[in-house]
Design a protein around this ligand. Structure first.
Ligand SMILES: N[C@@H](CCC(=O)N[C@@H](CS)C(=O)NCC(=O)O)C(=O)O
Length: 202
């Protein structure tokens, strides 16, 4: 059985969502970021980078990094239709996932939510937060434009929505400006049975 190393409320919510959409058999090991459980030798033996998500597969090997896990889940379960049918569509999905996780999350939300990770000085933290907020607002505007009047970013539900799921929840919780089509997308994702099941780990 697969095991998700998971911190509820973090980006690993997005992988839990994809696992639920797939109907995969998996269990969860909670990694409490507040107590720095990600830095213990036990967890570093699974993921030496000390981050969640990490996914231990049935063969015992551990895959890390959101985009890689999402891509692997999609490719390993093609019957779900969560991955693009051809190379071009798969590359476009990776392009979007990298924007979502590498830019919107890491360069936007991370600075906005945890500036103290980078600077102790309160004025510096406020400047980092302002930069993070601007990146998030720019990123959400781009996402809204890319979505347009489609139901999902690639027409049908895909691995990309794993990242969209956690990021739009963060945007909503943080009271950030969200266009109507992004609010509607979040509501559509939240209404899926997979969402409740993914969030039940918390
Ligand atoms: N590049 C990693 C980033 C994952 C990441 O930043 N995870 C956060 C939770 S959202 C984490 O583990 N934070 C704990 C820490 O940085 O010590 C990925 O794509 O999976």
């Amino acid at each position: 059985m697969m095991r998700l190393f998971h911190a509820p409320g973090s980006c690993s919510d997005g992988i839990a969502f994809l696992l639920e959409e797939i109907g995969a058999e998996y269990d969860v090991q909670i990694i409490d970021l507040k107590t720095k459980a990600q830095l213990t030798p036990e967890y570093r033996a699974q993921n030496p980078k000390g981050k969640v998500p990490a996914l231990r597969r049935a063969d015992g090997s551990v895959l890390t990094e959101f985009q890689a896990i999402a891509f692997w889940l999609g490719r390993a379960h093609p019957q779900t239709g969560l991955i693009g049918d051809d190379l071009e569509q798969q590359a476009r999905m990776l392009e979007m996932l990298d924007f979502l996780v590498g830019s919107l999350h890491m360069r936007g939300f991370t600075l906005l939510k945890v500036p103290q990770k980078f600077l102790a000085d309160p004025a510096g933290q406020a400047a980092l937060q302002a930069h993070g907020r601007a990146e998030v607002e720019k990123g959400l505007a781009y996402l809204s434009e890319r979505l347009g009047d489609q139901e999902f970013l690639f027409g049908r539900l895909s691995i990309v929505e794993g990242a969209v799921f956690y990021l739009l929840r963060w945007a909503d919780q943080g009271g950030l400006p969200m266009a109507e089509n992004l609010r509607a997308l979040l509501a559509r994702l939240r209404a899926r049975p997979a969402a409740d099941r993914a969030l039940a780990h918390g």
